[in-house]
Write a protein that binds this ligand. Structure first.
Ligand code: DAH
Length: 343
């Protein structure tokens, strides 16, 4: 065995490796589990103890030599590769441009509404899009026979249970959930998607987004509501914008109002957007009806509250002067990519 090892020392010493293929061949032949060295180590075990001393030393030297040869070959190979690919780099070329995406205009406007209200202490609440009749209508003081419960407006969800399930028609349902679960003072906004069974047109869609606002505490008044909404409008549309309130009706507020802002296109002198009136409607609001407070377990003698609700699409259309609501849902890149650097 001694002479076998000596021969191999010479053989390995004479091998020249000049590329990765040859290095791999070398590894397989000498160093792998089924290679020559592994066999020799097996054979070594069978030797008599006095022979082992001599052969063991030689065998180890052979092994170290083979391993070094392989490691050196690998190093020179990778150094060569590095330098050859570095040679191919043209440092004078302009770099590849990185395509930046953009947020959807509805997300942008939603984020900016959230910003405006969180700055003055409103929290954010969310609720389910599939609601039961009580949260969407009953608790909000809608009489049993109110037309808004008709199939025309509401998408009902088929279910085997006795409860009526539906896709929420407004985010006012979240008010109910918040008031049931929290004690006043409550100051929260609830942005989210809502659904109505409407014919799709430039001004209406079967799905859209709303933000509901709610403030309940001792001594909350209509003056607080007006001031908060005035602040919102100035932050959203600018300081020159005026507001006005018109009496209205919602089952869940008393008194109720709709709020208009002076037309941001013509500044109030009259144009097609404001139908020559100088004003555009942006939201509904009012003082939370005592029945609603009581339905949610809040003492209406001790507490009062205001609420408001607005459509995000409507705010976005005014803000960006978009004339067709359907554009928000079509995912046309020519439209969406125009909002890269706004807000
Ligand atoms: N929920 C109403 C709607 O969808 C909007 C609304 C009006 C919300 C008045 C309110 C409110 O909180 O006080 O048309």
């Amino acid at each position: 065995m001694e002479s076998k090892v000596k021969e191999l020392v010479e053989e390995v010493g004479g091998v020249s490796i000049s590329n990765p293929d040859q290095a791999e061949q070398f590894r397989l032949k000498y160093l792998s589990k089924k290679g020559i060295l592994a066999d020799l180590f097996e054979e070594f075990k069978t030797l008599a103890p006095e022979q082992r001393k001599v052969v063991g030393k030689q065998l180890n030297e052979l092994k170290q030599m083979a391993e070094k040869k392989f490691a050196d070959a690998k190093e020179t190979n990778s150094a060569q590769n590095g330098s050859s690919s570095e040679k191919n780099i043209d440092l004078s070329l302009p770099s590849e441009s990185i395509e930046l995406g953009s947020k959807h205009p509805i997300s942008l406007v939603r984020a900016s509404i959230v910003d405006i209200f969180t700055k003055i202490g409103f929290t954010i609440s969310e609720g389910p899009e599939i609601e039961d009749d009580w949260h969407n209508f009953g608790a909000l003081n809608f009489p049993e026979d109110h037309p808004a419960r008709d199939m025309q407006d509401t998408f009902f969800v088929e279910s085997d249970s006795a409860d009526k399930w539906l896709l929420r028609t407004h985010t006012s349902s979240v008010q109910v959930r918040v008031m049931k679960n929290q004690k006043p003072p409550i100051r929260t906004i609830s942005p989210g998607r809502v659904y109505r069974n409407e014919t799709i047109s430039a001004r209406a869609h079967c799905q859209f987004h709303q933000v509901e606002g709610l403030y309940v505490d001792e001594g909350v008044s209509f003056a607080d509501l007006k001031q908060t909404l005035y602040y919102f409008v100035q932050e959203m549309f600018g300081e020159k914008i005026k507001i006005r309130f018109r009496p209205s009706f919602f089952p869940f507020t008393e008194p109720s109002a709709e709020m208009d802002i002076s037309c941001i296109i013509c500044g109030g002198v009259g144009c097609p957007v404001c139908k020559q009136s100088g004003w555009v409607e942006i939201l509904g609001c009012g003082m939370v009806h005592p029945n609603v407070l009581e339905n949610c377990g809040i003492d209406s003698k001790k507490y009062t509250g205001y609420a408001f609700g607005m459509g995000i699409e409507r705010i976005a259309m005014l803000r960006f002067q978009i004339k067709d609501l359907r554009l928000f849902f079509e995912n046309d890149m020519r439209f969406l990519s125009q909002f890269k650097s706004v807000l």
